[in-house]
Each structure stands twice: as structure tokens, then as C-alpha cells.
Design a protein around this ligand. Structure first.
Ligand SMILES: [Zn+2]
Length: 304
């Protein structure tokens, strides 16, 4: 028995122990630098050292996109666990747990308000809620957001983050693909812009439906966007995939995206886009060119 480790060290560390909140610092998963949590929060969860965009919650997304005073809307309840699905655990238990952890009913939050003073309806997906998977609840939320946009004559902006279909809802989750596609048609038929902001990661059924039907496709830097995972594709095509495959920058280069926008500039970019799409540019009538320059100006000598 060692008296130093068993007796002396606990006493000494007890003397110096202070109340330090454990989550004061956050380690960047990309560059592994430590970031003071308050700084990280202020930087909208973008690493100040390497610019890595970390995932943020749907509610935080609404806060940093919409102007103050926006209102979140209550979404219609979707049938919970229609198939009474169970794997290692009941789906209904998983749902309850996710709901308690995120304070959301399902993986989408919808709000309406203004962005830079211009009206907008924003839907944000929550990846932390069962991987942002799309079941009836998510489908319902997108349809509701689209209807609200039409009702309010406002553009629809959707921030996507999803692992794909919610397998616990089987075919019902697949039915959300055509449903959400129809929802985007509603917005387009009303002549309203539909802007998709693809966040890390956007995959599977969400990529294969409404996420690729925007009038404008924006992505956050480094976001993984694709249908199937890179490993599955590599095994299928038996070829080495190019560097940066399925990342936002690669997709921008190959014409899938219109823009890659940093989180800190997202709100201003959206406000500008809505302005351009909603308010036709009114150019001042061309000024008639004077045939002879007014002599008064020429004659005016520079004073001083
Ligand atoms: Zn970093």
C-alpha cells in the first residue's frame, strides 16, 4: 500500500479543489485546439482557429437566422410509432428520450418572422434528434412550413441536417419523400422562393427529396452532402473516390451548389437573396445626357 497515493494525494487535491464547471472548454474536433465555450457560442460554434463549422441545434439555428421577435409554430402531431417498431429498444422509448433531450416533438423546428427586416418562414432540422431522420413528423413539419410560407406570402428557407429516412417508420418514412416534394411545389406555385441551406450532414431520403429542389442551394463550409455514404459508393463502383468527395466545396465546384457560405455570413446572405428575389430591382430612369457640359462647373475655380 502506498501512503502517498492513498492518503496524501487525495488530501492535497482536496485542498486545491475548486468548483470549475466541467464544460468550460470545448475541443475542436477538426484541429483539436481548446476553445473557451463562451467564445465558441459567440462565434456560432465555428472554430476560431481553423474555421471548422460544428453542428448546432435547430433552435440555435432559428435564433441566429431570424431577427429578434420571431415565433416558433406548433406543429401538427404525427402518429407516434405507427408500426410499433422495436429493435433493441422500443421506437416509442427512443422517441420519448429524444423529445426530452431536445425539447422538440420531432426533428424539425419551424418559425416565422423576419430576416434583415424581410418576412420569412424558416424550418431547421435537428440532427441530434434521432440523426435528423425523416419520419411522418418531419414530413408533417415541412408540409406545414410550406403551407405557412404560402399563407404569409413569404419565402421558405429550410436548413437540412439528416441521416436519411427513419427506418423505425418503414414505408411511412419513405412516403415523406413525395410529400415533401409536393410541399416544395406549393411554395413554387405561389411564386415564392424556396432556399435550401445544406448543413452537415445531409444524406439519404432528405437529399433524395426536398433538399435538392431549392431555387437556391447554399451549404455551410465542409458540410457532408450526399445520398449514400462514401464507403458504400466506393464498394459499389470499386474505385477510389476523389479528395473531398461529398463535401460542400467539391459540390460547389461540380455545380450541385450555388454557394458555400460561412455561418457568420449566413443571415446577411439570406437577407440579400430574399431582397433580390422578392423585390424586383427598380433601376432609375437613364439620365438624359447633357449635350454640352454646363459652363458654370468648368468655370468654377478650385477654392482653397
Ligand atoms: Zn478547429
Amino acid at each position: 500500500m502506498n501512503w502517498i497515493s492513498d492518503w496524501a494525494l487525495p488530501k492535497i487535491s482536496g485542498l486545491f479543489k475548486r468548483e470549475v464547471p466541467e464544460n468550460l472548454w470545448h475541443k475542436c474536433p477538426a484541429c483539436e485546439q481548446m476553445i473557451f465555450r463562451r467564445d465558441l457560442e459567440a462565434a456560432l460554434h465555428v472554430c476560431p482557429h481553423c474555421g471548422h463549422h460544428m453542428r448546432i441545434s435547430a433552435l440555435r439555428r432559428l435564433e441566429c437566422t431570424l431577427d429578434e421577435g420571431f415565433s416558433r409554430i406548433e406543429l401538427p402531431k404525427a402518429p407516434a410509432d405507427p408500426l410499433r417498431f422495436r429493435d433493441q429498444r422500443r421506437y416509442s422509448d427512443r422517441l420519448k428520450e429524444a423529445q426530452a433531450k431536445s425539447a422538440m416533438d420531432d426533428a424539425v423546428a419551424v418559425a416565422h418572422g423576419t430576416i434583415g427586416g424581410r418576412r420569412a418562414v424558416v424550418a431547421a432540422m435537428e440532427f441530434a434528434f434521432m440523426g435528423g431522420s425523416m419520419g411522418a413528423g418531419v414530413g408533417e413539419a415541412i408540409v406545414t412550413a410550406a403551407k405557412l410560407a404560402v399563407l404569409q406570402d413569404a419565402p421558405l428557407i429550410v436548413f437540412t441536417a439528416s441521416g436519411g429516412a427513419r427506418m423505425q417508420e418503414g414505408a411511412i418514412s419513405l412516403m415523406q419523400m413525395p410529400r415533401t416534394v409536393i410541399a416544395t411545389r406549393l411554395v413554387k406555385e405561389a411564386g415564392l422562393p424556396f432556399i435550401v441551406v445544406l448543413c452537415d450532414p445531409t444524406t439519404g431520403g432528405v437529399t433524395a427529396s426536398f433538399a435538392m429542389l431549392g431555387d437556391i442551394h447554399i451549404a455551410e463550409p465542409g458540410a457532408m452532402i450526399g445520398f449514400a455514404g462514401a464507403r458504400v459508393i466506393e464498394q459499389t463502383v470499386r474505385e477510389k473516390l476523389p479528395e473531398g468527395f461529398q463535401r460542400a466545396e467539391y459540390l460547389l465546384e461540380h455545380g450541385i451548389l450555388d454557394m458555400v457560405v460561412k455561418r457568420g455570413e449566413m443571415k446577411a446572405t439570406l437577407a440579400r437573396l430574399i431582397g433580390l428575389l422578392r423585390e424586383p430591382l427598380v433601376l432609375p430612369p437613364p439620365a438624359a445626357e447633357p449635350e454640352t457640359p454646363p459652363p458654370a462647373e468648368e468655370a468654377a475655380p478650385a477654392q482653397g
